[in-house]
Ligand binder design. Structure first.
Ligand code: ADP
Ligand code: MG
Length: 683
């Protein structure tokens, strides 16, 4: 065996189980060994039957002296099993698993782990796990509990992993160390082979912790080293179309900025400087710009496009949705409206294909969705690609660009607040820019938490705001199912909600928006809302990214407790886009003390990054981006809130690249290869 051995070689394993593993992306022994337990059950207390005490969790081992199905009137079947060791007997009951009796032959040895309970005057063992014989895989030890996905039971997973661990021991297969010895001793790490065995079958909790630390160290080390390598590879590349910044261009850019109806913020100026300095280089820019909703990223991108235009190149701007692409088109056109010689073109799924190529050929700025690249469009002389609302533009997408013989400067932007430590760890291959300061004169959005008993007051207040102030209202409902996209069930739920909202607000014009509505209709609804033909727009979180409706001043979020703070923040950012006071009301029926604390923190804080950091500390990394994980490396074991380990591994990477060449570390090179490839985007 090796790490690369296919899981099809697992002994005594049905094709169904193999298929289930594969559907989880587990194809090799290595993959399976990297499927880590969430936690352990402690069945390590092995007792003689006469020593058991009520309330204990124990493992007992003995001979089966009786095993039979007992049928009850209530259709429950009881599997009644009596086990005897040299000190006594105990009865164990399973329920509704009649097949067990076929497995339990009298006279055979069995180990059972479970809780000792008193039923009336009878002491019973309430079984949690069993195994025939004394294998000590499922009982009599700290037993690993695996995530149960795709119908894979934790017991099956455990058994298969045990079989690999045993094969490693029996064949003398050496699990290779990927890290240099000094790093292991400097960081006081457990050896790799030991860590793999121990994480699954630890002798103690402290050993399990050590194993976890080692494997988490590996993971963070690989990610950061992979990023470092990618960054170096990109440095060695050359853009196809080089930029120049002569005095004349500089003057024109200055004029463009001076003509804006507002003054740039200090952060905007700083970022523009960073970008221009990148654009002057021969190696491609790979910059990641993070800034809250409304912080003014578009103008920064526009200036980069302008320099691209001055150099005679085409710029592409890509957004994740058609609505956003439309919006970019409107605002970019607006920004350049005095510049009749700059042609801005919008291409989306709804664009007629007539003369498309001709339009592209004549354009200076092409705006569209990400499909722009996958279509059969040809782009000549692309100088710059701007990607909005995405965390990362990865290696794979760069490859797509290259296939189109493009190797342009790249600017990716996101309004998703990402804690800096996280961004630097996960996106270390990108140069990072931040706009933290909001343009002057922005009003803070007043945010309130509305508990169940205040709901009607809330509705009354909203009605007044619509009638007297002409306010426009967003109502966002959470997806009722945890899923990346909207399921039919979720859509149905939002439709039901829509009916009840109609009853509450019969006097107003309502609109409904969800993911299953066709794109053209969606745009019609959005533009109706923008033109104030709709007072209240009910929607699922699909409207999350970047919509600009200046007239909307009230954001209602239903089921607020179900959203991460960063996501709530994005939703809140849909309002407060004019000089009018805006409001955000969090409706929640389900308020625990912890939720109240979280949501109150949200009410009092307006900086996205602070909110993301709060969630990272309090709810873990999984919640930073809600259920979506777009473009986000799925960490297998490391915790992004573990700043100490992040900093340790960062130092280790610096040490490594300062001292060694990756080519001389074959195993390590193999290990990080995957992390280079994983940098794919949300689509
Ligand atoms: P986002 O970062 O969310 O993409 P936008 O670029 O859409 O934000 O900017 C939001 C609004 O703020 C736009 O209407 C834009 O014209 C305006 N804006 C941008 N920069 C400034 C500034 N420095 N001062 C005032 N308004 C600005
Ligand atoms: Mg934007």
């Amino acid at each position: 065996m090796t790490f690369e051995t296919s899981i099809e070689s697992l002994p005594n394993t049905s094709s169904i189980t193999i298929r289930k593993f594969k559907s989880l992306g587990i194809n090799t022994y290595y993959d399976l060994l990297n499927y880590f337990p969430n936690r352990y059950e402690d069945y390590s207390l092995i007792t003689k039957i006469n020593k058991i005490q009520v309330g204990e969790t124990v493992t007992i081992t003995g001979k089966i002296v009786e095993a039979k199905n007992q049928y009850t009137r209530s259709r429950v079947t009881i599997q009644k099993v009596v086990v005897k060791d040299d000190t006594g007997t105990i009865e164990i009951n399973w329920f509704n698993q009649p097949y067990l009796i076929g497995l339990f032959k009298t006279g055979e040895l069995i180990s059972v782990a479970g809780n000792i309970k008193l039923f009336g005057s009878k002491i019973l063992l309430e079984p949690k796990e069993y195994e025939v014989g004394i294998q000590r895989i499922h009982t009599g030890r700290l037993v690993p509990i695996y995530p149960e996905k795709k119908g894979l039971s934790t017991k099956t997973t455990r058994q298969k992993i045990d079989s690999i661990v045993k094969q490693i021991s029996n064949t003398g297969y050496q699990v290779c160390e990927t890290l240099p010895k000094e790093l292991i001793s400097l960081n006081n790490l457990m050896g790799e082979e030991m860590a793999y065995k121990t994480i699954h079958f630890p002798d103690s909790r402290s050993m399990a912790d050590k194993a976890r630390e080692r494997l988490a160290f590996d993971e963070l080390f690989y990610i950061q080293l992979a990023n470092d390598q990618v960054k170096k590879e990109w440095k060695d590349e050359q853009v196809k179309n080089k930029f120049e910044l002569n005095d004349n261009y500089e003057l024109l850019i200055k004029r463009f900025i001076d003509e804006l109806p507002f003054k740039l913020t200090i952060d905007q100026k700083k970022v523009i400087k960073e970008i221009i300095s990148d654009l002057k280089k021969i190696s491609p820019m790979n910059r990641f710009l993070q800034g809250d909703v409304g912080s003014g990223k578009t103008i920064v991108a526009a200036i980069a496009c302008y320099l691209s235009f001055l150099n005679g190149y085409l710029s592409l701007i890509m957004a994740p949705t058609e609505i956003l692409a439309n919006q970019h088109y409107e605002s970019i056109k607006q920004l350049f409206y005095k510049y009749k010689n700059i042609r801005v073109v919008l291409i989306t799924g709804s664009t007629k294909n007539q003369n498309l190529q001709d339009q592209i050929d004549k354009a200076h700025i092409v705006i569209g969705t990400h499909a722009l690249l996958s279509k059969k469009n040809h782009f000549k002389k692309v100088g710059l690609v701007v990607i909005d609302e995405q965390h990362r533009f990865g290696v794979n997408q760069r490859a797509v660009l290259k296939e189109k013989t493009l190797n342009p400067h790249l600017l990716t932007m996101t309004a998703t607040p990402i804690p800096r430590t996280v961004a630097l760890t996960l996106y270390g291959e990108l140069d990072q820019s931040y706009i933290e300061e909001m343009p002057k004169g922005r009003q803070l959005i007043k945010t309130f938490l509305i508990p169940k008993n205040k709901r009607n007051d809330g509705y009354r207040w909203i009605k007044k705001q619509i009638k007297i102030e002409g306010a426009q209202v967003f109502i966002v409902c959470p997806l009722i199912e945890e899923s990346e996209t909207e399921t039919l069930k979720s859509v149905k739920a939002v439709k039901i909600e829509f009916e009840s909202i109609k009853n509450i607000f019969p006097e107003f014009r309502l609109g409904l928006l969800h993911g299953k509505i066709k794109s053209a209709e969606k745009q019609k609804i959005m533009s109706d809302f923008k033109d104030h033909k709709i007072d209240i727009l009910l929607s699922t979180p699909v409207v999350e990214v970047g919509i600009d409706i200046p007239g909307a001043t009230i954001m209602i979020i239903e089921g607020a407790e179900r959203f991460g703070l960063a996501q709530l923040h994005q939703l809140r950012g849909r309002v407060g886009r004019s000089d009018k006071q805006s409001y955000c009301l969090l409706f929640s029926e389900n308020l625990s003390e912890k939720t109240i604390k979280r949501l109150n923190f949200f009410c009092k804080n307006n900086l996205g990054v602070r909110l993301a950091e709060f969630d990272l500390q309090n709810r873990g990394a999984g919640n930073i981006f809600g259920t979506e994980q777009h473009g986000f490396v799925n960490l297998k074991i490391a915790n992004l809130a573990d700043f100490e380990l992040i900093s340790k591994t960062k130092k280790a990477v610096e040490y490594f690249v300062g001292k060694y060449k990756i080519e001389e570390w074959e195993e390590l090179e193999k290990a990080i290869e995957k992390y280079k490839g994983e940098k794919i985007s949300r689509d």
